[in-house]
Design a protein around this ligand. Structure first.
Ligand code: MF3
Ligand code: CO
Length: 266
């Protein structure tokens, strides 16, 4: 069942989504070679709690951390750990927060400079695919229009691999609500998009094969061929003739540009 939100509910989801964006922007300041993903997770959790919210992911179906930090061939749901970040790494950070009864969910892939040119292109194409999907998220379209836009650009135009096992989703009072938002599909298919539906769109795009394997931890998703993967996610609200992006990359990009240790495509 797809839950349509009231305008006040959308504003509460925006507050949560913007807190996620603020958390990612905070991490963008700290990212540099030598830092561990555990240190980033600790800072994220502290920042979220300081802002009178709780991390959505912690204890969600037994997930043990505030953030998912997926480095290089890790696609999503990576466990923060003691490994240090190094030059050339792609660090995908996914954050969710729960505040005032509503969740926000967003993710961003950071490149630790210098980033190989093929990985720069992967990051740029994944970001572009998210925006192409977001553009289709208007009332009257269908979920498949979003899915097709993402798949067409990344798979057909760029020959990257679109992960099939994980999808975007509705969100609100629950972190995962209907509908599912696959990153592959056919135009004109799937649930009709209606005003004030709130969904998270999150393409997970692989350099090589779309196939993934799971680590022994039961969570970390990795590319089967060991090639790198990128992941960007926005929480958005569907409107008539336009889309309202509830999360924001603006401050993340600003801090990314100010941090000499990070590659920024902007
Ligand atoms: N953005 C991811 C998702 O929507 C993060 C979930 S991590 C989990 O699935 F730990 F909460 F599962
Ligand atoms: Co999500």
């Amino acid at each position: 069942m797809i839950r349509i939100k009231t305008n006040p509910e959308v504003e509460l989801i925006r507050e949560s989504a913007l807190l996620v964006s603020g958390t990612l922007a905070e991490l963008a300041i700290m990212l540099k070679p030598g830092i561990t993903t555990q240190m980033l997770d600790k800072r994220a959790e502290e920042f979220i709690l300081d802002n009178k919210a709780v991390p959505s992911f912690k204890n969600y179906r037994g997930y043990p951390f505030a953030t998912c930090i997926s480095v290089n061939d890790a696609v999503v749901h990576g466990f923060p750990n003691n490994n240090t970040i190094k030059e050339g790494d792609l660090v995908s950070i996914d954050v969710g927060v729960y505040k005032n009864g509503f969740h926000g969910d967003s993710a961003y892939t950071f490149g630790i400079a210098p980033v190989a040119e093929e990985h720069q292109l992967l990051m740029q194409a994944t970001r572009t695919s998210l925006l192409l999907g977001v553009e289709k998220a208007i009332a009257g379209n269908r979920i498949g229009d979003i899915s097709f836009a993402i798949q067409d650009f990344t798979e057909r135009q760029h020959h990257y691999g679109v992960v099939r096992e994980l999808v975007g989703h509705g969100l609100g009072k629950q972190l995962h609500e209907d509908p599912q938002v696959p990153n592959y599909g056919k135009k004109g298919t799937g649930p009709k998009l209606r005003e004030n539906m709130v969904i998270a769109i999150e393409p997970m795009i692989n350099m090589g094969t779309r196939d993934v394997i799971y680590d022994a931890d039961g969570w970390t998703v990795r590319t089967k061929d060991g090639k790198f993967s990128a992941h960007y996610e926005h929480t958005i609200c569907i409107k008539r003739g336009r889309v309202d992006i509830l999360s924001s990359f603006d401050n993340i990009i600003q801090n990314e540009n100010a941090n000499q240790s990070l590659y920024s495509g902007y």
